[in-house]
Every structure is written in C-alpha cells, then in structure tokens.
Design a protein around this ligand. Sequence first.
Ligand code: 4GN
Length: 248
Amino acid sequence: MIYQIDVVTLFPDIISSALTHGVIGRAKGNGLIELRNWNPRNYAQDKHKTVDDRPYGGGPGMVLKHQPLSAAIKKAKEKQPKTKVILLSPQGTQLKQSSVAEFSKRKGMIIVCGRYEGVDERIIMSEIDEEWSIGDYVLSGGEFAALVLIDSVCRLLPGVLGDNNSANEDSFVDGLLDYPHYTRPDDINGLIVPEILQSGNHEEIRRWRLKQAIGKTWRIRPDLIESIELNEEQKLLLQEYIDEIKKN
Ligand code: 4GN
C-alpha cells in the first residue's frame, strides 16, 4: 500500500526539496510514499494569477483567496476522494506522537498550507475536515508544519525505517523520553560509556535504559510522568533513580 500525500501549497519546492533527503527520500524512491503538490497559483483566474486579497474589516496583511485555494483542494481531492483534508494552523489540535501514529494508519493525507495573515474562513468552513497544530508558535506559512507532520508520519510506515522495530522504541511510544545513546570510542576526555552497556547483559541493559528514560522524564518533563500510569517495574526503577540521585 502506497501512502498518498497531497499538499496544497504556494511553495511546492519547499515541500519537494525537503523530502528528497534521508529515509523519507529513499521511501519516495522505493515507491512507499507518493507525493503530489497542488499550487493555488495555477488555479487563479486573472492574468496576474492573484491568490491573495485585502482583509474585510481592514488591518495589516493579506488573506488567501477562496477561489484559487478551493480549486487546488478540489484537484487534490480527485486523487483521494475519501481522505480527510487537514489545515495546519496555530488554532489546530496539538500534534502528539499518538496522533502521528493514527495518521500513519490512514491511506494518506491531504494537507493545506496557508500563507499571509490567514486563509478565507469559508475554506475552513467548507473544505477543511481537521485542523492540526505542531505547537504553540506562529510560522510564516504552513509548509514547515506540513513537513513536520509528513516526516513524523512517514517514518512510522512499514519499510521506511531500516530496522523493522526502531520506531517502536522511540521516545513517546510508551509516553517517556529517550534513554542516552553512546557509540565508540568508550572514553571521550574522561566521559566514559556506562559499564553496563558494555556488559553484554541484555536484561540489565534493558533495565538501565528504562530507568534512564523514566528518570530523565521525571526530571525534565514531570507533566509526561503525570499523564501516564507507571507499571510496577517502572515505579521501582523511578524510585531507584531518585535514591541514586540522593546518594550523589
Ligand atoms: C501552522 C501554520 C503555525 C502553525 C502556521 C502550527 C501559517 N503557523 N503551529 N502559519 O502548526 C496564517 C495562515 C498562519 C496559515 C498559518
């Protein structure tokens, strides 16, 4: 099953060029992902190909016009008639790893990228099914938010990451931050790799990593600890972590 991504954007090169790199670029080359861009500019009707206009009520900036945007969305929908149309904006529901995982189970996405001060509200009323945000900050356009959504979703698709299991071990999959990673050499200016990681004892290594993940989450993201239910092993490891801190 090929994951279908249709992006409605005034700057298709931002989307296309960013997705030529790394694992997502390879997945596109391997035919695991299909990406199409739809530029509202190509559907503008006047000779100047106008896509924006002044806001009713006055004020600074311009608003993305209904007609060219609506026409571009319609073309995207012809490729994916049943797929939900997503707008990325600060008003959306904040994206979480759990929502990313849900997107990766769909057949594809139609993503609308806004520009200027905003898009005509009638687009949101009649063409947009879901509004999502990548976080509480403002971007000059939806393209970088779209790339965050596309990257986070595509790396979860079967066959995109080399190791079949590596996405299952990510941060947030169990609601926790990641454990520390090391590679050679074992000593960098006296900063040494924890002994246990060189022991070959897989059960001890698993336990150490889980303890570090829980401990780090407890220290720097207590809100995440509050939002999950720790199992008995995780409670014990957190207590061990706290006791170790107190000793030192
Ligand atoms: C998305 C889009 C932030 C986000 C955006 C976000 C473009 N900024 N936090 N900017 O996910 C007005 C029209 C602002 C589109 C929008």
